[in-house]
Design a protein around this ligand. Structure first.
Ligand SMILES: [Zn+2]
Ligand SMILES: [Zn+2]
Length: 331
């Protein structure tokens, strides 16, 4: 392996602990990821309150939000991490590009972190569980939320890529898209700024495109997706509690804003399923997109759990939610 970024430990421990220099570097990146979009959002909101909100701001935010969130849920999550469907190279590049623009981290890092979450869900070694905080009562819940939402990014534990992402390391397209993460991420900010300038012909248009299509959009997408790790392992319905044995929940509000990502209990019970929403009232725009892409032939071999299978699991759960269902899902 010539690229030091892709050097991986050869044992099967789920994570290694970073040295002090690496820890500092990781914490600096995590700090920028949390703080910069927050500052941009505060500035954008202040400008909107004092100067109003135009169509450019609304459209650049809405289009950027829809495309990059879809890049994560359909691309990074369902295709790359769980192999829930297959796609050709052009489609895979599109999905990896949109996902990289979301600012959630490089592809292989994201996939390894996510698979570690499935393997160790709500147990020691889960990268972002809200259930491992000490203490009791509301303070413990608050500490857990903070850990699952933000603090986990400042951890010095590095997921073992040879254990969780070996298939990714052997996929040239994936490795290339992983290496191109930072320029693609920057393009996701430069593009709306350039469009804002071209549409309005003013520097104010550049600033509004940069803020609403860039930083505010990243702020919103990131926090919705971080809610999946925090809120959706704390608050919501658990129809497959016996099958999952973790604290994952179906939170319909997070599912609505996260295009299906908030249906964590369904997803932990049937991790390879491309469709996270099983019932009519479970919002899953990601599933709708995959259905559409499959209908026009852009994706295929879509993994879908037959309804009799998940209904059977749900019945077992209803009969005895505290007894572990041995037929658990695997990532
Ligand atoms: Zn989860
Ligand atoms: Zn998953």
């Amino acid at each position: 392996m010539t690229n030091p970024d892709l050097a991986v430990p050869l044992d099967d421990t789920p994570y290694t602990v970073a040295g002090s220099a690496e820890r500092r570097r990781l914490r600096l990146i995590a700090g920028a990821v949390v703080v910069v979009p927050l500052l941009g959002t505060l500035l954008a909101v202040w400008l909107a309150v004092t100067g109003g909100l135009g169509a450019l701001e609304i459209w650049s935010f809405a289009i950027g939000y829809a495309l990059t969130l879809m890049g994560i849920t359909v691309g990074f999550h369902r295709h790359f991490a769980h192999r829930s469907f297959l796609a050709g190279p052009a489609m895979r590049v599109v999905l990896a590009t949109l996902g990289s623009m979301a600012g959630q981290g490089p592809l292989i890092w994201w996939v390894a972190t996510h698979r570690r979450h499935h393997r160790l869900s709500d147990r020691d070694g889960d990268p972002h569980s809200p259930q491992l905080a000490s203490g009791r009562g509301p303070l413990r819940a608050l500490k857990g939320f903070w850990q699952g939402h933000i603090a986990w990014m400042f951890s010095d534990r590095i997921s073992n890529w040879s254990l969780f992402a070996r298939d990714m390391l052997g996929d040239r397209l994936v490795v290339r898209m992983h290496q191109l993460y930072f320029p693609i991420f920057l393009l996701g900010i430069i593009l709306p700024a350039a469009i804002g300038g071209l549409v309005t012909g003013t520097w104010n248009g550049v600033l509004m495109g940069f803020l609403w299509g860039g930083l505010v959009r990243i702020f919103a997408v990131d926090h919705v997706l971080w809610c999946v790790g925090s809120i959706c392992h704390m608050i919501g319905l658990r129809p497959f509690r016996a099958r999952t044995r973790d604290h994952s929940t179906n939170n319909l509000a997070v599912a609505f804003f996260g295009f299906g990502e908030g249906l964590q209990n369904n997803h932990h019970a049937f991790p390879r399923d491309a469709y996270h929403g099983f019932r009519w009232y479970e919002p899953d725009l990601g599933a709708g997109t995959i259905r559409l892409l499959s209908r026009v032939g852009l994706v295929w071999d879509v993994v879908a759990t037959p309804s009799h299978a998940w209904k059977l699991a749900e019945d077992r759960n209803r009969e005895n939610p505290d007894r572990a269902d041995r037929r658990q899902g695997a990532a």
